[in-house]
Design a protein around this ligand. Structure first.
Ligand SMILES: C[S@@+](CC[C@H](N)C(=O)[O-])C[C@H]1O[C@@H](n2cnc3c(N)ncnc32)[C@H](O)[C@@H]1O
Length: 275
């Protein structure tokens, strides 16, 4: 089996609340990435299947028929609802741990739904599945996980997998508030009832943001506490559109999925191969 390296967790900047929380935990803190063996279950616990992005993606594919390639599919936030509405789905992800969670979810659904799903461990910046799709999806603003070379490889790979009239849909996240704080902390409740702190350090104009996820109320003992941290690049929309165009992908529609003034402005782009 091929072993694919996972990125190592990135520590939040020393002045942040997230860094203070890690220091308070001391040796109890088990630093991990969001998508590795320790972090993936926390990420999945916070997954929702009925949010603005999933609804927009499902609405977007109604105009096409046929199989869907879900890139950076994770534990199946989009793949599972797509299977539920009758689509054939190829779910591709780099993380064996995320794909293990997806396989567990697939075991819970009816066989006729599970059989329409192909699970592939691969790098979205260089993949070769030997077939084409009318619809390729890269949601959850996961494009930001790739550097410039990785994005160039992604565009090449996507073009090699799109049918002649195929569509590549992707979401991108920018700062939507002009004067919001550099750091925010949200309390989020997972499906299993655990309450988490989600820290984001994203100074306006910065080239990246650091996200940190940890249980808000760890037990008052010496047990280990998972702390997921990742540094994620920020790609602004105009730069992304220029990259897509240079790579041979034309943007045919733009849909802002969030409300004006929200900290996260998420745009869904629909693209197709330039003719
Ligand atoms: C933000 S999560 C999104 C997962 C899923 N789409 C969702 O919405 O829950 C990003 C996913 O990208 C995957 N990933 C990171 N780098 C990747 C790469 N180079 N190729 C494929 N998948 C990658 C991670 O393992 C993770 O599952």
């Amino acid at each position: 089996m091929t072993t694919i390296a996972q990125p190592t967790p990135t520590l939040p900047a020393p002045q942040t609340l997230a860094a203070r929380r890690i220091a308070e935990l001391g040796p109890r803190a088990r630093l991990c990435g969001l998508y590795d063996a320790l972090g993936a279950p926390l990420y999945q616990d916070l997954t929702t299947y009925d949010d603005y992005e999933t609804r927009a993606v499902l609405a977007g594919i109604r105009s096409t028929r046929g199989p869907v390639l879900d890139l950076a599919a994770g534990a199946g936030r989009f793949s599972l609802p797509l299977l539920a509405v009758g689509r054939e789905v190829t779910a591709l992800d780099l993380s064996a741990d995320m794909l293990a969670l997806l396989r567990t979810e697939l075991e819970k659904v009816p066989a006729r739904m599970r059989e329409r799903c192909t699970v592939v461990q691969a790098d979205m910046s260089a993949f070769d599945l030997g077939r084409r799709f009318p619809y390729v999806l890269l949601g959850t603003t996961s494009l930001s996980l790739l550097d410039a070379d990785g994005r160039a490889g992604l565009y090449r790979s996507v073009l090699d997998h799109l049918t002649d009239d195929g569509k590549f849909l992707l979401t991108v996240m920018e700062r939507g508030d002009a004067d919001g704080p550099d750091e925010t902390v949200e309390r989020l409740t997972g499906l299993g009832g655990t309450v988490y702190e989600f820290h984001e350090h994203w100074p306006a104009g910065a080239a990246g943001r650091t996200v940190t996820l940890l249980p808000a109320d760890p037990p008052a003992d010496d047990s280990p506490v998972p702390v997921c941290t990742d540094h994620v690049a920020v790609v602004d929309l105009s730069r992304l559109e220029a990259e897509l165009s240079a790579a041979g992908l034309t943007v045919v529609s733009r849909q802002i999925l969030t409300q004006p003034g929200e900290r996260h402005r998420v745009t869904l782009l629909t693209t197709e191969a330039s003719r």
